[in-house]
Design a protein around this ligand. Sequence first.
Ligand SMILES: Cc1cc2nc3c(=O)[nH]c(=O)nc-3n(C[C@H](O)[C@H](O)[C@H](O)COP(=O)(O)OP(=O)(O)OC[C@H]3O[C@@H](n4cnc5c(N)ncnc54)[C@H](O)[C@@H]3O)c2cc1C
Length: 372
Amino acid sequence: MKYASTDFQIIGGGINGLLLTLELAKSGASVTLIERDRPGREASWAGGGIVSPLYPWRYAPSITALASWAQDYYPELVAELTANTGIDSELSESGLLMLDADDQDEALLWAASHQREMHCLAGQQIYNRESGLAPGFQNGLWMPKVANVRNPRLLQALLAQVQHFPDVTLLENSEVLGLESEGAMVRQIRMHGGCDKKPFTIPARQVVVCAGAWSGRILSESGKILDVHPVKGQMLLYKFSKPPLSSIILTAGRYLIPRCDGHVLIGSTLEYEGFDKTPSAEARLSLQRSAESMFPELQAMEPVGHWAGLRPGTRDGVPYIGKLPDWQNLFVNAGQFRNGLVLAPASARLMADLLLGREPIVDPLPYDPARQ
Ligand SMILES: Cc1cc2nc3c(=O)[nH]c(=O)nc-3n(C[C@H](O)[C@H](O)[C@H](O)COP(=O)(O)OP(=O)(O)OC[C@H]3O[C@@H](n4cnc5c(N)ncnc54)[C@H](O)[C@@H]3O)c2cc1C
């Protein structure tokens, strides 16, 4: 089969690849999106959908810059997708309640200097907000504007939206095996696809690797180096008849996320085990214990779901967004680690700005892949 040459070839159909496809398609460019499975089935599906970093003041300013831009843009993005596709991603401004963090002073300073609303809660004020929490929490930090999004639905909406553009070609069930280059130019993308895994190539013009935790592996198969590694995260799901909590609760690194229909997610583990994403009995027990210690009503319940996903980690916790050094037409947008859902709209906009020669939304230097 022969494929028409497009302006851009994007490898990976998670939230980063789909949003970048949308950004480029909106600018009038033609795009081929290549996905080895169906789009939106990996980390972007597995995540919790908190539209904020956890303990946001503990991150580098470069993460805050992308997160702030994206948090402000999320309502517009979701409204546009809902209007265009009929799929509601259920963005809900539930607020984030962080309990017993021991660095409250730093948190409050950070919030004031970044215009993010944050309030201290003490003793009974915590229980006035969430009456079902376990007793004994002494202090809390409350961020009322933090939202959560139903990420599997967001992915469905994005997929439907990009398919509305006639100049977007979606190659699903097509796994990239390598990039063939001449000098500093990638010339062809080599892959196999379909039930019979038939090998084929497509021409490369401007190639962007958005393959999440697999980005380093794809590039290393073509002799190129990118420090992105998989970090496994497991989640549990409970179901109530109506939401038992109104806010996201975070304590000791574990969180509960209430969805509007009564589902409650508990996350998550951080495991460095390569590309294995099998859920484990130990993690299930550990997450159950954490959930019950936050919200005792869960002691009488069994989870209705348990899964794992692979986050794309980097050495310094900052994503790579930009051109790979020594290459003329090879770019990357990957490595958003625990924050890929919140950062994705800003990461995609920044990557599109760089590809299209527009004024970038934030200073691109901290994300430059040349810093590896
Ligand atoms: C348990 C868990 C909880 C999380 N919670 C949150 C949260 O609450 N908030 C938040 O902001 N972030 C969260 N995250 C992080 C977030 O989910 C990720 O950072 C983000 O989804 C990464 O998106 P991506 O598009 O880069 O990668 P992915 O969604 O993994 O997409 C990469 C895509 O590339 C494809 N691909 C791989 N190799 C190839 C190949 N050779 N050829 C073609 N296609 C290929 C894959 O099939 C996949 O579809 C969480 C993650 C996990 C695992």
